[in-house]
Design a protein around this ligand. Structure first.
Ligand code: CMP
Length: 142
């Protein structure tokens, strides 16, 4: 089915100047970018986005990292977009990510792992709405 998923190019990947290379991977995988913007998250914004990880030991470091520089946030649309995006990102830990995936190619640690992608339809809907208004989403008409 055609799905939407939410994606972040994280501060480490923006700093490495590989926004375009990562966008190309989305496009080559048949995922369409239907919303996109650069933001520098506030602490409150990052804490709210990652609220489900509040009790995890890495929460403080995660918020610190995600607010350390600008990120690109985007909505990707396509066939099985959620799984397709997770496949091209690779495993959360870049050391475990398959060759040729975004995390294997652009990241070295689980803390700074280049990209985020929603893991389920419910989180995709929540995460898209967290960063984008309906007017900012531009489905293709051709
Ligand atoms: P992300 O998909 O953005 O969601 C939560 C993030 O926490 C995850 O990617 C990782 O970058 C980061 N993180 C740091 N340590 C861990 C860990 N031990 N397990 C899972 N995620 C972690």
């Amino acid at each position: 089915a055609i799905e939407r998923t939410f994606s972040i190019v994280k501060p480490d990947a923006v700093a490495k100047n590989v926004i375009g290379e990562i966008y190309t991977r989305f496009e080559r995988a048949g995922l369409k970018i239907i919303a996109s913007k650069m933001i520098h998250m506030s602490k409150e914004q990052a804490e709210g986005f990652y609220a489900e990880h509040k009790e995890r030991p890495f929460f403080g470091a995660l918020v610190e990292f995600m607010t350390s520089g600008p990120v690109m946030v985007q909505v990707l649309e396509g066939e099985n977009a959620i799984a397709a995006n997770r496949e091209i990102m690779g495993a959360t830990n870049p050391q475990e990510a398959l060759r040729g995936t975004i995390r294997a190619d652009y990241a070295v640690s689980v803390d700074e792992n280049a990209a985020h992608g929603s893991d389920a339809p419910e989180s995709a809907a929540r995460e898209i709405a967290y960063f984008f208004s309906d007017e900012e989403i531009c489905p293709r008409t051709r």
